[in-house]
Design a protein around this ligand. Structure first.
Ligand code: ADP
Ligand code: MG
Length: 563
């Protein structure tokens, strides 16, 4: 069908456009960065698909990005010879936001401009940022491999709908033309556009080209147009660390991570020897809204000798490090490596475990030397990092050291206490690390099970994240101290109890025998046992699980999971 149709944007896009136009007004120039970033991604995708079918290049494997402007028409055009899009792809990629968590994101908007501006960075605005400076955007594209009659023209004024029609388009790739708003003429300038490209897109590995028009001094009508490469087009990670500025790292991060904000830190390493590779990892300053979507593939990108191969989380880094962004560039892997090969490749395994070690040591250093920064990491990614206790047996003790908890030491809901802190102030005679799990912080903090511990001044970890239910089972010990739930079994405080207390309990047990019997008879089958305890100081009674039974809150978790 070549027919022209008018389609409405998804409601979320309308909201996004509206919000963006108002909130990004002070930083308009980033539209160019976003469009260049997309062109570069499109080239990466074509290179990857062409590994198994080089006919897709259509004889044109010299991938580039061209930028030009037309003063009279008041337009800027960004063109690439990357993968391009089919009609269906344009509709689904440009007309809808498929990212999971989109609805939640829009629910989180407050209507307060300042707050929402913060949020929008987290969401990433990408292609739609064109509408900050343009009142009409025309996109022409054709997917590599399709006939030239399968070109697509998409056009919108960013207001509620767009038109789409099938058209002739000779080359594969995409071309985006921005029809500038009246007040945006400043962008119709070589100087201005080149400045923006160098500032934000220097790290893009493809040449970004602008036409250079020279006029003959003698004959004003004799002009020649040359192609001028504006960026340095060199992979950032191949350069020496000391030559790379903080700003360059930041702009590169924004591109690979599709993030609007600067990262918290970066970790750049070259590994030499029989398996040579370079890694450049970033820790974002904020969790993306789709952090819990295990299908999201935006983690670390794999390159082989600077050629993009694929985005993949699981093979390159374990799921508990899925918040890490960046690249791995191998010198030794074959260029035609497939996902299947990746699965059982020794070199990839070595790269993966080396990368995990690098990231864990960076986190350890940060925890030690920049505790405030580490507090941010923990706040944003702590729950994900905890999965490592379950998933990564070989690094369990290192991960355990990185954990931060709320405890009865200060009853603070902010998780800031390490197991080392805890062990360092264990009471004389205390042999175990005590913890309690509950549905939320306040339930944990107010549990009657803590009464005896508070009385004796013994610190207890207050656990209330869902994943904590597994902590007790997977982290049996830390530095030789076993972990003990305070809600399970007979409370054995070991050397924390003196003889007198033990005798008092025994005596009380005798004294209260008749009433215990009565309670047992009344409750019947509902309980296994009723006993006198010294674990309470003010509450009259509490429920305790059997030593080998499931923790009460784990039981709740499994029930809610339908097991
Ligand atoms: P993101 O880049 O974070 O996915 P964008 O809004 O920037 O979000 O782009 C949306 C989608 O549109 C891209 O994921 C891609 O599928 C498609 N797209 C945008 N620009 C191009 C382009 N130049 N070539 C091919 N596809 C593109
Ligand atoms: Mg983009």
């Amino acid at each position: 069908e070549t027919h022209k149709e008018t389609l409405g944007f998804q409601t979320e896009i309308k909201q996004l456009l509206n919000l963006m136009i108002h909130s990004l007004y002070s930083n308009k120039e980033i539209f160019l960065r976003e469009l260049i970033s997309n062109a570069s991604d499109a080239a990466d995708k074509l290179r990857f698909e062409a590994l198994s079918d080089d006919g897709l290049y259509e004889g044109d494997s010299n991938l580039k990005i061209w930028i030009s402007f037309d003063k009279e028409a008041r337009t800027i055009t960004i063109r690439d010879n990357g993968i391009g899009m089919s009609r269906e792809e344009v509709i689904s990629n440009i007309g809808t936001i498929a990212k999971s968590g989109t609805q939640e994101f829009f629910k989180a908007l407050t209507g307060d401009q300042a707050k929402d501006t913060q949020l929008i960075g987290q969401f990433g605005v990408g292609f739609y940022s064109s509408f900050i400076v343009a009142d009409k955007v025309t996109l022409l594209t054709r997917r590599a491999g399709l006939a030239s009659s399968h070109g697509v023209k998409w056009e919108s004024s960013g207001e509620g709908d767009y038109t789409i029609e099938t058209t002739e388009y000779p080359q594969h790739g995409t071309e985006v033309t921005l029809h500038l708003k009246t007040e945006e003429d400043e962008f119709l300038s070589d100087y201005r556009l080149q400045g923006i490209i160098r500032k934000y897109s220097d790290h893009i590995t493809l040449p970004i080209i602008m036409p250079k028009i020279t006029t003959d001094d003698k004959d004003k009508n004799n002009t020649t147009i040359e192609e001028e490469v504006v960026n340095s087009a060199k992979a950032l990670w191949t350069r020496a660390k000391h030559e790379i500025t903080e700003e360059e790292y930041t702009e590169f991060y924004k591109h690979v991570a599709h993030d609007f904000d600067a990262p918290l830190t970066y970790i750049h390493n070259k590994v030499e020897g029989s398996n040579e590779y370079t890694t450049l990892f970033f820790i974002p300053a904020r969790a993306p809204f789709d952090l819990w979507d295990r299908n999201n593939r935006r983690g670390v990108k794999l390159y082989v000798r600077r050629v993009f191969i694929m985005d993949d989380n699981e093979k390159l880094l374990p799921p508990y490090l899925r918040f890490i962004r960046g690249i791995i560039d191998s010198n030794d892997l074959p260029l035609n490596i497939s996902r299947e090969i990746l699965q059982h490749n020794k070199q990839i395994e070595a790269i993966r475990s080396g990368s995990v070690k690098k990231i864990l040591s960076a986190l350890e250093n940060m925890a030690k030397n920049e505790p405030e920064k580490y507090a941010t990491v923990w706040k944003e990614f702590g729950k994900v990092l905890k999965e490592g206790l379950v998933d990564d047996y070989s690094n369990k003790q290192r991960i355990a050291k990185l954990l931060r908890f709320s405890t009865t030491n200060d009853d603070n809901p902010v998780q800031a206490i390490s197991l080392e802190d805890y062990v360092g102030r264990m009471k004389e005679g205390q042999e175990k690390i005590y913890y309690i799990t509950a549905e939320n912080f306040s339930a944990a903090k107010n549990s009657p099970h803590l009464e005896i511990f508070r009385k004796k001044g013994v610190e207890v970890l207050l656990l209330s994240d869902q994943i904590d239910e597994w902590l007790g089972t997977h982290l049996n010990e830390f530095e030789g101290k076993s972990l003990q739930s305070v809600t399970k079994g007979q409370l054995d405080l070991g050397h924390l109890e003196n003889e007198e207390e033990k005798q008092a309990t025994a005596k009380a047990s005798d004294q209260f025998k008749p009433i215990v019997e009565r309670i047992k008879n009344t409750l019947g089958e509902k309980v296994k046992e009723v006993r006198v305890t010294h674990r309470l100081t003010t509450s009259p009674a509490c429920l305790v699980a059997d030593e080998h039974a499931m923790d009460a809150s784990l039981e709740r978790l499994l029930k809610s999971a339908g097991q």
